[in-house]
Design a protein around this ligand. Structure first.
Ligand SMILES: Cc1cc2nc3c(=O)[nH]c(=O)nc-3n(C[C@H](O)[C@H](O)[C@H](O)COP(=O)(O)O)c2cc1C
Length: 165
């Protein structure tokens, strides 16, 4: 992997999340979890380069996001779409996702990602906020995305390291 300045990343951020999907991973070698995410973005906030992740409270990954100070956001070549499908369908409570998908866990700074990643962002947690239904101007989003009222927790992470292949 080659360390880069995140500002030199050429990919379209909307397409990265919506089309490629990401793995959000938190924890350490002994204990970590990962899940697929397609809701997220990156940009600039508080004079820092940041990445936003949105995690529903029932995800196993949520526990790791709460426990840890860092998390990674990783994007993969197309051939790993099936692996990402698995990580987005099954819980780490029930399966060893690395074992099931063949992805190879590796340490990245104070967190974890996978050797197969082609873009890996190491993020330091800066801010959390639960989606507040009172904030919806377009209330149809609440009805469409939260029938179970399981509002995402938004994590704003500072992108402290970025790697590409
Ligand atoms: C394409 C795709 C995108 C997803 N995006 C999100 C997301 O942004 N936030 C979220 O909380 N769950 C999202 N999920 C659902 C989780 O990945 C899924 O519930 C996963 O099994 C959670 O695993 P865990 O319990 O091991 O954390 C997505 C699933 C898929 C397939």
């Amino acid at each position: 992997m080659q360390k880069i300045d995140i500002k030199t990343l050429k990919e379209n951020v909307v397409s990265l999340f919506d089309d490629k999907w990401a793995l959000i991973t938190a924890g350490n070698k002994e204990s970590y979890n990962t899940m697929t995410a397609s809701w997220g973005t990156m940009g600039e906030l508080w004079n820092k380069d940041v990445c936003f992740a949105f995690i529903r409270p029932q995800r196993y990954t949520y526990e790791f996001m709460e426990r840890e100070d860092y998390f990674t956001v990783s994007f993969f070549p197309e051939e790993y779409k099936k692996a990402l499908g698995f990580c987005g369908r099954y819980s780490g409570r029930d399966y060893d996702k690395a074992k099931q998908t063949g992805l190879t866990p590796m340490e990245v700074g104070n967190s974890m990602s996978f050797e197969e990643g082609e873009i890996i962002l190491l993020c330091k947690k800066l801010y959390i906020q639960d989606i507040d239904p009172k904030g919806f101007i377009d209330e149809s989003i609440d009805a469409a995305c939260y029938p179970q009222k399981d509002y995402h927790r938004m994590y704003v992470g500072e992108i402290v390291e970025a790697y590409i292949k």
